[in-house]
Design a protein around this ligand. Sequence first.
Ligand SMILES: [Mn+2]
Length: 323
Amino acid sequence: MTTSPTPIEQILTIIEQHRCFVVTGHERPDGDAVGSTLALWHALRQLGRRVECVLQSGVPRRYAFLPGAASVTPRTAMAQPQVVIVADCDGVHRADISPEVLRQAEQVIDIDHHGMNPPFGHVAYVDTGACAAGELVHRLLTAADVTIDGDIATCLYCAIAADTGFFRFRNTSREALAICAELVAAGADPHYIARRAAELQPISSVLLLGRALANIQVIADGSIITACLLPEDFAAAAAGAEETEGIIDRLKFIEGARVVALFRDEGRGEIRVSLRAARGVNVSRIAQKFGGGGHEAAAGCTIRGPMKDAHTAVVQELRAVVV
Ligand SMILES: [Mn+2]
């Protein structure tokens, strides 16, 4: 009896058989996307492969400390990368790379833990039980006999820490902590990573948070909390679009809130909506109704503006799930 190779075995074969790699993550990459992607980049270099880390949207400032971040490029310089590895990306349409590069690659590998959108590529290593794509990358690198050096350890620790809310979210598992203990032994510094990735903020981000908190709307006796950011808020705070990361988390810790939503109008005629839910409320279904996706407890979508209409439409759906 022959058993078909596991996704990890398939990926190891692809790594063995090819020389030129591009690694990327999801658009507007978070700590898991940047950390997982850079860990793969370091590992493939260690294995003697030619590799580029491509993130069209760039590395968010808070993750610029990650080893290798300065080498991230918005587009590939390779005439034709043979293999593209996409980490932490729920659906091929969200990949932070030109679709042309994905079309031309001989092999596309999807490494993800979301599972809302269909897996893609020639090999899909998708495990929705993993706390972060970084957990899957750690399994892969261990299977590939890559030495987890300080650089890789820092990237993977950051990936797992970011997606578990620094070990506070429900996905904080024994496995996640066990891996991170190993990563600390390999050179990851928890205090340094927490300080750089989670604590330090430019003044513009704090001012933007202030605008969001000043705009809070309390709906359905406080079971729904929303906040809106308009182009003038970004301008007044001198903040960029990426500086909204973390604001939604301030909202979700409000006592009595069962679902919270942050609406951002970044001036392109579209409203980006982030949703977070308490246990028992599924916001991914709501995001899907508006063409978005995500997890049960954390999801997002993009709706055509103006703000007032987007807010009304989403709040109507939120009211239905908190009754
Ligand atoms: Mn992730």
